[in-house]
Ligand binder design. Structure first.
Ligand code: NAG
Ligand code: NAG
Ligand code: NAG
Length: 216
């Protein structure tokens, strides 16, 4: 077989050998609902309903702690976030200098290769030593992401185009009675995973949000 034919054959069998570009994660749909299961490094389990709504500039995590409280984390693109507990009528307002995650926030992530996770064959990327993202090779749906602390979020359902109705985003009055607004810590929570804002007990979404700072 001559050199040309052999090269062509190798390229055909192994695209990466001939400079084919690494795959990039599928851009998030502009609106979706995902349910996820999470066990954090403290051994706590939670179910998170994620409602991503880029069209309306908002993102919501409803965090149900195992046999515990339920926290609503409403993030607006103008930088304001509300963390509230409807049952206990507590609320914190936090101001971020950045908006919500862009649908293509993973575009510049570093491709790691193919791995098996949760029974799926996944393409895997890392972004900023901070998040490892697993996407099903076959369907390109997210399977899980792993924070640098070892906390895994396993995506259980992924409904493209699902939108939560407007009233569900409304922060309760306790958010407006309390005039004190927490500022995002000057040092990135990315660097200080142990630093928790008072009564904001689920920093993972905040960490994720800090990724939106990085340019794509
Ligand atoms: C989460 O659960 C899995 C399976 O039980 C376990 O292997 C892993 O260590 C847990 N992660 C953390 C951060 O506790
Ligand atoms: C951002 O938008 C939300 C929802 O409309 C609103 O409650 C909040 O006050 C706004 N924040 C700022 C800083 O304008
Ligand atoms: C009011 O805000 C402060 C500071 O964010 C917080 O510590 C406190 O728990 C809040 N109070 C209520 C009733 O939510």
């Amino acid at each position: 077989m001559n050199v040309f034919l052999r090269t062509a054959l190798t390229c055909f069998l192994l695209a990466s050998a001939c400079g084919a570009k690494d795959p990039i994660p599928k851009t998030w749909p502009l609106q979706f609902h995902a349910q996820s299961y999470q066990n954090n490094t403290a051994g706590e389990q939670s179910i998170i309903d994620l409602w991503y709504d880029h069209v309306n500039g908002r993102n919501l995590n409803i965090i149900q702690h195992q046999l515990g409280n339920k926290i609503w984390d409403v993030e607006w693109n103008n930088g304001t976030s509300y963390y509230f507990d409807l049952e206990h009528e507590t609320c914190n307002r936090i101001n971020f200098p950045v908006g919500i995650l862009r649908p293509n926030f993973l575009e510049d992530a570093h491709y790691v290769g193919v791995r098996e996770l949760d029974g799926f064959t996944c393409n895997v990327w890392e972004k900023e030593d901070f998040i490892t993202y697993y996407e099903d090779v076959r369907t390109q749906r997210p399977v899980a992401w792993l924070f640098f602390t070892g906390m895994f979020m396993h995506i259980m359902t992924f409904e493209e185009g699902a939108v939560l109705s407007d009233p569900q985003w409304q922060a309760p009055s306790s958010c407006f009675e309390n005039q004190s607004e927490l500022k995002e810590p000057r040092r990135s929570p990315l660097l200080l995973p142990s630093e928790k804002l008072s009564s904001v007990d689920e920093p993972s979404s905040r960490w994720l949000r800090s990724l939106s700072r990085s340019r794509v």
